[in-house]
Structure formats: C-alpha cells, structure tokens
Design a binder for this molecule. Structure first.
Ligand SMILES: [Mg+2]
Ligand SMILES: [Zn+2]
Length: 203
C-alpha cells in the first residue's frame, strides 16, 4: 500500500449528465452512445498519470436498485468510458461501482436494496479502489463534483478535489460550510489536476 492514486467520480466529473430535450429530465448515461467526456478530463487525467498517480473510478449507480435500468447497462456504460479514455492514452486501472440504494424503487432488484457500506458519501468505494491499486490514502486523492464525493474521500483518508462548475450553484463547495470544503477546486478536471500537482506529485 505505497502507491499514489486518484479516485474519480463518474457523472458530472468525467462525463456529462444526460438531458432529455423534451421532458427536461436530467439523468445519467445508461448507454455507451450517451457517454460524453467533459472538457479538461483527458488532459487532466494525462498529467495526473504522468506524475505517477494510478487512476480509478468510484461511482454510485443506484438505477438497478430503483428499477430504472439494468446492471448490464451500468457495466457497459462504464466499460465504454474506460475504452474511450484508453483510446486517448489514459489508463483507468479499476472501476468501483455501488448499485445499491437504501429504498429502491418499483421493479428494482431487491438484492440491491438496503443500506450498504459503499454508497458515497460512505467511504467504501474509495477504500476498495485504493486497495485494488495498492495505494496509500495519505498519498491519494478523490476528485468529484458533489459534496458527497468530498465526504467519502475524507472518510477514506484521502485529500479531495472538487470540479466546481459555477453554473451548478446548488453544488457550491461553500454551501456545506468549511467542514465539507475540498482541499482544491476548479471549474474543470484539468484545473483540479493542476492544483493537485502544484501541491506535490504522486511519486
Ligand atoms: Mg457526480
Ligand atoms: Zn453500495
């Protein structure tokens, strides 16, 4: 457990949310064709990787528990993202997924309904990702776009970065108060990565 890792949230951090033009409904990608990598992600991941950080994804995907779409849809979408990044020369070494939901929903997979140790803001996914990569928490980071990512990272003992898009004021890093403030924040993943590297590289 001596390596350095950056664990990344998926939706809103690496890829865009999906907006239905007709209904205005905002959801998450559930098919490879919906995967849109956000600005600054490829460049940000490249510089982190070049500095010696292993990369992992830690994502809450409760849709199978809620009966919205299948486990396979989640796994295929994650695989498509990993493959798109690989084509850009970025290696994601591990994907940790929580498909649980405390309450579930109509038609949901009952085996996924209930409290679990992995759903962010709990630290389970981040802890799993660090273990899979052999990374030491004190040398590692969690990057996400919501306060729950920051809370999960802190609980796992890593430092935290927030991708904070000023258009999403409900997610302002200051709303949760100083206790929830991330160590670094910037409008894009590239900006967050540059701030992390300014604090000292992973190797
Ligand atoms: Mg997110
Ligand atoms: Zn879980």
């Amino acid at each position: 457990m001596s390596g350095a890792a950056v664990v990344l949230d998926r939706d809103g951090t690496l890829i865009d949310v999906v907006r239905d033009e007709e209904t205005g409904f905002v959801g998450v990608a559930w098919h490879p064709s919906q995967v849109r990598i956000l600005d600054g992600v490829v460049d940000g991941l490249r510089i982190l990787s070049q500095a010696g950080y292993s990369l992992a994804i830690a994502t809450n995907q409760p849709a199978p528990a809620k009966g919205q779409f299948s486990r396979d849809a989640v796994l295929r979408t994650n695989a498509a993202l990993v493959e798109m990044l690989a084509r850009e020369g970025v290696v994601v070494a591990h994907v940790a997924v929580c498909m649980h939901h405390p309450k579930g929903g109509p038609g949901g997979d009952a085996s996924l309904v209930g409290e679990c140790p992995c759903r962010k803001p709990k630290p389970g996914l981040v802890v799993d990702a660090l273990a899979a990569l052999g990374a030491a928490p004190e040398r590692s980071w969690m990057i996400g776009d919501s306060p729950g990512d920051v809370t999960a990272g802190r609980a796992a003992g890593v430092r935290t970065g927030l991708v904070f898009d000023t258009k999403r004021c409900e997610l302002c890093p200051l709303r949760g108060g100083p206790r929830e403030a991330p160590d670094v924040h910037a409008p894009t993943l590239l900006g967050v990565a540059e701030r992390i590297l300014a604090l000292g590289a992973g190797t």
